[in-house]
Structures are given as C-alpha cells and as structure tokens.
Write a protein that binds this ligand. Structure first.
Ligand code: NAD
Length: 512
C-alpha cells in the first residue's frame, strides 16, 4: 500500500524511537528490567511501528509515590495558575496538531481528518479547562441560625486514574487530564495497549510544558500495560477517582473494584446508538448523518450509529438512498484524504465483525449491502454493510464495534422510541424530523433514555462544553463539559458562627 506520510520523520518529530519505555512520571522514563514489551503495528499497512516496554507492579508503585508527592505541591498552586499551565499545554498541542493527528491516524486507523479532529478536541478541552480554572464555584446558603454563614467549597481529590480505549487514543485522556489538573489533581494514565505510541507522544508534550515551568515530576504519569495495569489502578486505594473508558465488560469490573474500596468512578462504556427517521425528516440531512455515523472511524466510535429506525412510509426510499450512498464510500489508507473509511483496529476486530455477520444471518437478518473482508493492506479493511433486522434480535441489542448498520421499520413515534430505548446501552440517540411535536416528545421524559439526544444531527461525535456520557450499561459517567468537573473534586460544606451564642440547628435546646 502506498505510504502517504513519512513514518520515520513523524516518529522522530514526536520523540518516538524503535524501542520505547512505557512508564513515565514526566521527565523520567522508567526501565522495566524484565523488558516485557508490546509491539505497535499499524492497522493501515500492517507494519511494525515500534515497541514499548510494559509497566510492572514495581514501576507502577514507584510512579504512584512520585504522583503523591507531586500532588502535595500542585494542589497548593491557585487554580487560575494551574489553568495557566493547561493553557500552555493547549498551545503546545496546537503546534503538534499535525504530527500527533497523523500518528493517531496511522496507529489507530481512523481517517486523517478524524485524527486532526481528535487533537482539536484536546485543544478545545484545554481552552475549556483554562476558563474553568477561574470558575470552580461553590454555593452560599442562608443558615437558619442567626449570625451564621454557610457555604460550600470544592477541594482537589489527589491522584486521578485514567484508563482509556483504543478508539480515542488521545482525546479521552485530555478530556480527563485537563479538567483534573485545573481541579488540582495529578493524573496516572493507562492507555489502551493497542495504541501506546500516541500516549507516549502526548506524555512527552505534557512533560515538556511542566518542565519548562519548573513544576515537579509526577503531574502527568503514564503506565502502559494491558488490563493488569488497569486492575492495579482500579484496586488502588491511593487513587480516589478512576475514569475508565471502554467496553461494558471492562466497566463492570472496574466499577465494582473501585466501589468496593469506596472510590469514585466515571464510567464511559459501550453504546448502541439509534437514529429515528420520521416521515417528516429532511432526508438531505438524514442520509449523510446516517452514513457518517455508521461508517466514520470504521464504526469504531462509542457514538457510532448502529440502528436506524425508519417510518414505514419512507422505508423503501431511505433504503434505496442508503444503498446508493454506500456505493460511493471509498475504503483505503486513512491517511489519503480521498478515502472515507480506513481499517478496523486489528485482526481480532475483523473476526468480531465476521462473527456478527454470521449471527445476523442466523437470526434472520437480510443484508441489503453485503459485508466482506477486503483483500489488501493489513488485512484489517472490511466493507461497511447494512442489514434489515427485527429490533429484538440479540445481535442488534449488543454493540459490535464495526461498520455494521441495522435498519428497521416503525409505525408510530411511541413505537420508535420504545425500540430505541429497548437495548441495555444508553449513550447517544437522534431523531430526524421537521415536526416540533415529534422532536419535543423525543427529548421529553417519555422520549430517549440516553445521555445524549440530538435533533437533526447524527448520533456520532460530541462537542466540548456539553457533559458527555450515557445511561444504563454505558455506565452513567459524565466528563468533559458542563459541571462534570465536580466529580474531579470533593465538596465541603462549611458553617461559620460569627455571633456570641451557640444556637443549634432545628431549634434543639441542650441546656448546659
Ligand atoms: P476495552 O474494554 O477492551 O479496553 C479499554 C481499556 O480498559 C484498555 O485500556 C484496557 O487495557 C482496559 N481494561 C480492560 N480490562 C480491564 C480490567 N479488567 N480492569 C482494568 N482495565 C481494563 O475497550 P476497547 O476495545 O479499547 O474500546 C472499545 C470500547 O470502548 C467500546 O465498547 C466503546 O463503545 C467503548 N468506548 C466508550 C466511550 C464512551 O465515552 N462511552 C468512548 C470510547 C470507547
């Protein structure tokens, strides 16, 4: 396959060599004596990019000690000063947007535009966090006791653990880290073992900014490893908050481990996102919305459109427009801007895609656009496909992380909403309609049960500013925007008596 970037030059710009250490407290990179490592292969061309030494228990503990002492200094810095550091980090990301976006695309396989978009999200969250650093507000309340003042304030937590998935290899870390830092916390990041190099690049960029500001080691820590390092984090009492992004299976384990030790968790898990296409939809918006939602990132977004619920009166029209649109999709090297869709992350993902195709057929689904594995590149390229299904098929109710789209019919909007909600996941949802009654019903308490509900845009993607996350098996976590920062801090309620008496609340007389 033709190479459209110079990989060697790219890696050297980002400080990545053929063999890398995978544990870092910032300036220092720690060597693993056993040399156990992971190799990162590009799903784009199947070539080995570089290898990374894994973190082990000993290195992990060393990292936590450094993080603890960094926290002792960092949380004493006024929040707006912490914001100033995050501002510099955001500016540094602006400088590195091109190479970092390219590496995201090459290591993960998403299109170059989406790679750049992911780095832009990192920049956007930094801007958001800088403003937030001057707005970590608490409320004041009127005390029922005379000459008393009551208010609440927010304090940092300590170390925030971040476990992230392969599909957003850098943005999810930044969503968490930028907010955690302005709130006065330090971070320890376990990225997906499938995308370790983008994590190393990010850690180097952040470490440089901290170093230039003479800040201590340990504000940003990286521990690359498989699920075992994730388990160290989820069971570690020294980590008061764990933000975990990934599959529902992983989230259940992490959530239970963190809850058992009375820690806090933010769980950002799988989705099974639906779009309702009403008979009042503008199909000029609906069709591209569906196609981008289903095919973007090769169907490997937590918010990817997986189910389309179409009014029976326009079902055949939508079906033929989708078939036509799918014929235009160009699949190939994601670094070539003329391609719409790149590869799946690895061969395991291809196997999962193939077993889903079998399951669809065995449950009675009918393909209107056939799926297949394409015989080029890394062997990870597949055809996006569409199947007509019944909403209650088991395969339809579970998340397959691949470009497989299910279409189904409805008669009434109540029925469509019931179909949409009748899955275990609750991340993103959308309705396409020009009828305000329909859109308002969809957004009402009788409507979508998801964390994200959109009108006349697709299910895929999110903007910094809104709280991001979902309900039910998606985990209930919220991050990035709105008041999601509150989870990264502890609330303290303060009552101050500035009078000369000691009245008790609720009028209680103690009489001593
Ligand atoms: P995954 O669950 O396989 O892995 C995610 C991370 O969890 C990795 O870093 C992995 O090493 C770690 N991990 C796995 N088992 C663990 C355990 N028992 N304890 C601690 N850590 C563990 O997910 P993936 O394949 O990398 O990503 C795809 C999944 O992530 C999809 O289900 C997708 O919907 C979900 N996702 C959700 C969001 C969201 O915001 N809701 C965002 C991105 C991805």
């Amino acid at each position: 396959m033709q190479q459209v970037i110079n990989v060697e030059e790219l890696l050297s710009t980002l400080g990545i060599t053929s063999e890398n250490k995978g544990t870092s407290t910032g300036i220092e990179w720690l060597a693993n004596n056993s040399k156990e490592n992971v190799t990162s292969y590009s799903p784009v061309d199947g070539k080995k990019i570089a290898s990374v030494e894994l973190c082990d228990d000993k290195l992990y503990n060393k990292t936590i000690h450094v993080a603890q002492s960094a926290f002792e200094k960092w949380h004493l810095l006024p929040a707006p000063k912490r914001g100033e550091i995050v501002r510099q980090f955001g500016n540094r990301l602006r400088e590195f947007k091109e190479p970092l976006g390219q590496l995201v695309s090459y290591e993960m396989g998403k299109s170059l535009q989406e790679g750049y978009g992911e780095v832009q999200e990192m920049i956007d969250i930094c801007d958001f966090a800088v403003g937030l650093s001057r707005q970590l507000h608490g409320l004041t309340m009127h005390s029922e006791r005379p000459n008393h003042r009551m208010y609440e304030q927010w304090h940092p937590l300590g170390i925030v653990g971040i476990i992230s998935a392969f599909n957003f290899p850098v943005a999810v870390w930044a969503w968490n880290a930028a907010i955690a830092w302005v709130c006065g916390n330090v971070c320890i990041w376990k990225p997906s073992e499938k995308t370790p190099l983008t994590a190393i690049a990010c850690q180097k960029i952040a470490a440089d900014v901290f170093k230039e500001n003479n800040l201590p080691e340990g504000l940003s820590n990286l521990v690359i490893g498989d699920y075992k390092v994730g388990e160290l984090i989820s069971h570690d009492k020294r980590i008061p908050l764990v933000s975990a992004t990934g599959s529902t299976r992983m989230g259940q384990k992490v959530g239970m481990a963190v809850a058992e030790r009375f820690g806090k968790s933010i769980l950002e898990l799988g989705g099974n996102n639906a779009m309702i296409i009403s008979e009042n939809a503008d199909l000029n918006l609906a069709i591209p919305g569906i196609v981008f939602g289903a095919v973007g990132t090769a169907g490997q977004r937590c918010t990817s459109t997986r189910r389309v619920i179409i009014h029976e009166s326009i079902y055949n029209d939508v079906k033929s427009r989708l078939i036509n649109a799918y014929q235009q999709i160009k699949i190939g090297n994601p670094l070539d801007a003329t391609n719409h869709m790149g590869p799946l992350i690895d061969k395991d993902a291809v196997d999962t895609y193939l077993s889903a195709l079998k399951a669809i057929e065995s449950e009675g689904g009918k393909f209107i656009v056939e799926g297949a594995v394409l015989d080029f590149g890394s062997g990870c390229y597949v055809k996006p496909c569409i199947a007509e299904v019944k909403p209650n098929y088991q395969i339809v109710c579970s998340e397959t992380f691949a470009p497989i789209l299910y279409i189904m019919k409805y008669k009434t909007l109540d029925e469509a909403i019931a179909i949409q909600n009748n899955v275990p996941q609750g991340l993103s949802s959308a309705i396409m309609t020009k009828d305000i009654r329909e859109s308002e019903l969809f957004l009402s308490t009788q409507g979508s049960d998801c964390g994200i509900a959109n009108v006349n845009i697709g299910t895929s993607g999110a903007e910094i500013g809104g709280a991001f996350g979902g309900e039910k098996e998606t985990g209930g976590g919220r991050e990035s925007g709105s008041d999601a920062w509150k989870t990264y801090m502890r609330r303290q309620t303060n009552t101050i008596n500035w009078g000369k008496d000691l009245p008790l609340a609720q009028g209680i007389e103690f009489g001593v």
